[in-house]
Design a protein around this ligand. Sequence first.
Ligand SMILES: Cc1cc2nc3c(=O)[nH]c(=O)nc-3n(C[C@H](O)[C@H](O)[C@H](O)COP(=O)(O)O)c2cc1C
Length: 464
Amino acid sequence: MISEALLHRLVTAASRAPSADNMQAWSFAAAGDVVDVYVEPGRVLPTDVDAMFAWVGLGAAVENLVIAAEDEGFGVTVDDGGLGDGTSGDREPVRVRLSPGGSGSGSRSGHPLAGWIERRETNRGPYDETPLDPTTLGELTEAVGRFDAGVHWIGGSADLGLMASMDARSSYIRLEHRPLHDELFDILRFSRRSVEETGFGLDFASLGVPPALVGAARLLRYPSVMKVVSHLGIGRFVARQLAAKLCAAGAVCLVTARRAGPAGYVEAGRAMERLWLAATARELAVQPYGVLPQYLTKLDVEPEGFLPRYAEVMRGHREPFAGLFPGARDEHPAIVLRVGRPREQPPRRSVRLPVDQLIRSGREPLLTSRPAIAAIRHRGAGGWRTGRVSSQDAGGRRAASAVATVWTAIKRASQAVPRANEAATSEGQCTARNTRVPPAASAPARARSPIVVRRSWDQTRGER
Ligand SMILES: Cc1cc2nc3c(=O)[nH]c(=O)nc-3n(C[C@H](O)[C@H](O)[C@H](O)COP(=O)(O)O)c2cc1C
């Protein structure tokens, strides 16, 4: 029988897991010697195709729970058999059963990764560009060997440059395409107060954006500002700046699900969390990049979720992406991770919901009548639309014209500066200062860098 105090400790550890946009789409219930871990439908992002990110995050929470229980001396078995193909998946839990373990239940046996659960975090700052050595990569890969998930590494300026290019060209879709844009601004928290009031969502301060830009970023909520920003190419510019950090990495890996459906993504989430904790224990920093795996999956499952021009962009990424990770062709991309030695620590820890708000008394979801996200997904002939507040664009038009004026001035000023880096980067290599690369579709023709890290993975696992 799991006591209230034990459940509280286990859920505390589980809820320290990463989740897409910090939505924490999980809840827990104890019954006998089992902790049931549910996807909490009210916090699944409406545009999360097949709830794949909710399941990946839930997998990470399950893994933390397993490690914490083993740390307390329990034997643990995980049963995700009830999830099936996902048709009833949001109703069924992953079941974590505790039994008297090696050192006897309740007597602390210690788990080498337990102490790192609290310290793991997303680091969006710059990393050292020195490639990770094969031994470290082998150890990180080994850490996830027990899971039915794939881990595929890449490194070198050409491959990282290609990733940065594809990520930039996908991320701006999230800024520009209305349903995705509205959803993003629903979960962004611009003030400490709204972070504390809600307890979930993305704290803007944790993104490491300079405080001077917070006001400008807030304006992007208005459709008319976004339209101007999009017209002037600012969306693409911002996406390029964010993606450029992919070049500042020791290595980048793709974690895949080997099976389609919730159970496959849960397994990938468990693998991701193990790898991340093992990296944290080695003082390595990690940042997930979710947009490419999510949008490539969306393209397969519900291409009508994109406007035709965005679907075309994503179709152009299919082959280059598969070319970067040839061993993953028959697998399902779950998450991309940038890994490296950090140059800075993250500015602020991300918020978590209180544990008592995560515990169900039975099978019923906690948030059935109060969806956490205002954006409502509904499809019409033209694809997806959302009904939410930002569609009232009062105040946005004046701001839009101010943005246009300022941006035009900035552009004029920057044209006066010689573009020394332009030619050097036209081949798609990452350079220290500029990651402008040609469209991803032209990438397979480029020369590839020596893939030391990929070879080390082959040696470790004897695959491919
Ligand atoms: C499936 C998944 C996708 C994510 N995608 C991104 C991403 O695209 N960019 C990013 O900066 N962080 C991403 N994250 C990290 C989350 O934003 C982060 O885990 C969350 O805000 C909690 O912060 P923490 O990891 O520091 O505890 C992702 C996490 C998960 C589990």
